[in-house]
Design a protein around this ligand. Structure first.
Ligand code: SDX
Length: 428
């Protein structure tokens, strides 16, 4: 058993071994036994929990949801089935699938009171600000979702279905409001992604014609975003959930963490970067040099990952889907060409090779969203729609752990030491 020896104190630390043979040293008694804590900036070496939901092998580029390889789910599953799998831990049988699908349909219409929320936001409000606010609001319209006194979630299945179903309705309604078009109600008998496209792009008396390839690309995008173990936003959901906060409040916090450009905001930043390079008077090679010299903090957005030190398996799948979609739609692939050139340069350049920087999920996803017609400021909302089942699964996992304690990290204080207060009149 590993031992830590500090100032003639010896602490034996149990080793935790996971089902994929990952190993951790349990230091739960470190402070009590030695008075020391560990310090791990950005938690890069720290496991916050044991989880059974998603497994990533960053060196081998492996990603599995509840043991199923992402490549198989992306090719053969649906977003609804994958959402069920990630939340409940198994692929649904016929009746389980039907019940879950019916619950999503039952929950897909927004309460009419929501109109006031949309009208309360300025037309140019960022959809992520709207989404995080409205996630907490949606729970208030159904008194059986959480206890009005304690605020605790009282009906998990229904709350989960409402969140998964209504984030899609809210996103589409926010888009329609932003372009001055009437909200479009979902069909009762359409599948998840198809109904989203309908709500986004149908006009009064002019239903949107769904192109099967567009539907496939959107479904792929959503499945690939469902979960990714302890990423920043999911860790946020778990941290908030550890206080006993309800499912809506925890997922609303997840939306806020996802918004950052280093995380979910990267898909929007990638397309902005590609567009800037496409229209710039400098070459891709010049831009790569700017990144390597860190000029103005320039980063190759959509590249790099805390865990993947190899190709992000999702990026490979999305790259193929982007090529296929643009080719079939006959849409200009200038951005894809810029992305391809950037990737070619970066993957052969020592700066990126030494730092093990490869394309991540965001490098190609924005190109697909743009080809579908999703506006740029909704790209991160699309990430949130995909990630919602994952956040819900992690909230469920931590909430069901009866031994779970509230997350409360320690710190090393480096501020002023003791000093006495001096009243203003005496402070010269
Ligand atoms: C997502 O965690 C998840 O699982 C997230 C996610 C999920 O599904 O939930 O996969 C989704 O958020 C994907 C990542 C999207 N973000 C981006 O594409 C933004 C660009 N990437 C970087 O900001 C960065 O790579 C991160 C944030 C993704 C990871 O950051 P780390 O692990 O803290 O790495 P780092 O910043 O410490 O970088 C190490 C070195 C540094 O150089 P040196 O100081 O050694 O000289 O690599 C450099 C960095 O400057 N570097 C980059 C770079 N990423 C890292 N240099 C240029 N361009 C980049 N993109």
């Amino acid at each position: 058993m590993p031992r830590i020896e500090i100032e003639n104190k010896v602490l034996s630390c149990p080793v935790i071994v996971g089902t994929e043979n990952e190993k951790a040293i349990d230091i739960s008694n470190l402070r009590a036994q030695t008075g020391y804590i560990t310090l791990d900036d950005s938690l890069a070496n720290t496991g916050s929990c044991k989880s059974s939901i998603t497994y990533i092998d960053g060196d081998k580029g492996v990603l599995r949801y509840r043991g199923y390889p992402i490549e198989q789910l992306a090719e053969k599953s649906s977003f609804t089935e994958t959402a069920y799998l990630i939340i409940y831990g198994k692929l649904p049988n016929e009746s389980e699938y039907q019940n879950f699908s019916n619950l999503l349909t039952e929950q897909q219409i927004l309460h009419e009171g929501f109109r006031h929320h949309f009208e309360g936001f300025p037309n140019n409000a960022h959809p992520m600000a709207m989404l995080s606010a409205m996630i907490n609001a949606m729970g208030c319209y159904q008194s059986d979702l959480y206890d009005e006194r304690s605020g605790e979630t009282s009906n998990f299945d229904k709350s989960a279905a409402q969140l998964i179903s209504q984030v899609r309705t809210i996103a589409a309604a926010a888009y329609k409001m932003s372009i001055g078009q009437p909200m479009v109600y979902p069909y009762p008998n359409k599948r998840y992604a198809e109904n989203f496209l309908h709500m986004m792009f149908s006009l009064p008396n002019q239903p949107y014609e769904v192109d099967p390839l567009v539907l496939h690309a959107l479904t792929l995008f959503l499945i690939l975003h469902v979960d990714h173990e302890q990423n920043c936003s999911t860790s946020t959901v778990r941290l908030v959930a550890s206080s006993g906060a309800n499912l809506h409040a925890s997922c609303s916090a997840g939306v806020c963490a996802l918004w950052g450009r280093l995380h979910g905001g990267a898909n929007q930043a990638v397309v902005e970067m590609l567009t800037k390079i496409k229209n710039a008077d400098y070459t891709v090679k010049d831009f790569i040099e700017k990144v390597k010299n860190k000029e103005g903090g320039a980063k190759l957005m959509g590249f790099g990952h805390r865990v993947y030190k190899n190709y992000d398996p999702r990026a490979k799948i999305l790259q193929n889907a982007a090529y296929k979609l643009l080719k079939t739609l006959g849409k200009g692939d200038e951005l894809l060409e810029v992305a391809h050139e950037l990737s070619e340069f970066a993957l052969q350049d020592d700066y990126f090779i030494e730092r093990k920087l490869y394309p991540n999920v965001d490098f190609y996803s924005g190109i697909i969203l743009q080809a579908i017609g999703i506006p740029l400021n909704m790209f991160t909302v699309m990430f949130a729609i995909g990630r919602m089942p994952g956040w819900i699964a992690h909230w469920k996992e931590i909430t069901e752990n009866t031994k779970q304690r509230i997350y409360r990290p320690r710190q090393i204080y480096v501020g002023e030491t003791h000093r006495n207060y001096i009243p203003l009149e005496e402070r010269l």
